[in-house]
Design a protein around this ligand. Structure first.
Ligand code: IPE
Ligand code: IPE
Ligand code: MG
Length: 243
């Protein structure tokens, strides 16, 4: 673990990270986009572990959106390979998970993912299922709207079979059927790379999230940037509609 860790009086419970800017990072170096994704995966590990070490209990990392299938076939295939390689090297990484008592959750649509990757996802979830100190969500084949549609389908099925009355549907009914059921909403969402949008990330859960933008590209994201996020978060006044 990290030696000289800063102490923060106020910590967000849940941080969402939109890992954007890998392609531009590679382009600036005259490298193929895939090299940016490889670097991005390393930064994912570094930032996840650092957040865990400073005491963040929940994190969600956006790795692949339901819209990212629109990219050139070769880039999509390269990303699926990268995710597969990353998780096959799981013994080493799962050891790090044990040290930090970090549980992995994959959020998003399972169908459409290569079979080998699916097996590795299930293995990573199974092998970390006993940890509860830190929860890391990896949003893969994830779309916020898609997640809500999925929840609505489950609710509609229950209404149809008579186990749920329409009048009994509350915000909690919906939240309980999202991939993040049981987890706190993100307190702050971090988007690097200069884009000022959420790109279908945690659409329901972000209703009251603080937003944090930066021009830094994800592969250049550092522990100091995390410190900045936490320090800025501590200065925000969260009113939730009150005064
Ligand atoms: C984010 O980086 C990674 C994925 C969406 C998979 P990008 O690939 O979107 O990088 P830019 O935005 O083109 O720089
Ligand atoms: C958002 O980045 C998705 C991920 C980081 C996985 P994109 O690069 O896909 O977002 P847009 O297309 O710029 O909105
Ligand atoms: Mg992008």
């Amino acid at each position: 673990m990290n030696g000289n860790l800063p102490h923060f009086d106020v910590l967000p419970t849940h941080i969402g990270f939109i890992m954007d800017g890998n392609g531009r990072w590679a382009k600036r170096r005259g490298l193929p986009r895939g090299e940016g994704h490889k670097e991005g995966a390393k930064v994912f590990k570094k930032i996840g572990e650092y957040c865990a070490d400073v005491g963040i209990r929940y994190m969600t990392f956006y790795a692949f959106s339901t819209e990212n299938w629109h990219r050139p076939r070769q880039e999509v295939a390269g990303l699926m390979e990268l995710f597969t390689e990353y998780l096959s090297d799981g013994e080493l990484r799962l050891g790090d998970n044990e040290t930090r008592q970090m549980r992995l959750h994959f959020i998003g649509r399972r169908d459409g993912l290569p079979a080998e990757l699916l097996e590795l996802i299930e293995r990573a979830e199974r092998k970390t299922a006993m940890y509860d100190r830190v929860h890391v969500n990896i949003a893969l084949n994830y779309g916020g709207r898609d997640e809500i549609v999925h929840a609505v389908q489950q609710i509609a099925a229950q209404v149809a079979d008579g186990s749920l009355a329409p009048a009994d549907i509350t915000e909690q009914t919906v939240a309980d059927r999202l991939y993040t059921a049981g987890q706190p909403d993100p307190d702050i969402i971090v988007r690097p790379s200069g884009e000022l949008r959420l790109s279908n990330f945690l659409t329901w859960q972000s209703a009251y999230s603080e937003l944090w933008f930066s021009d830094v590209l994800w592969p250049d994201f550092t522990e100091q940037d995390v410190n900045r996020v936490i320090e800025d978060y501590a200065k925000r006044s969260r009113r939730f509609g009150g005064v």
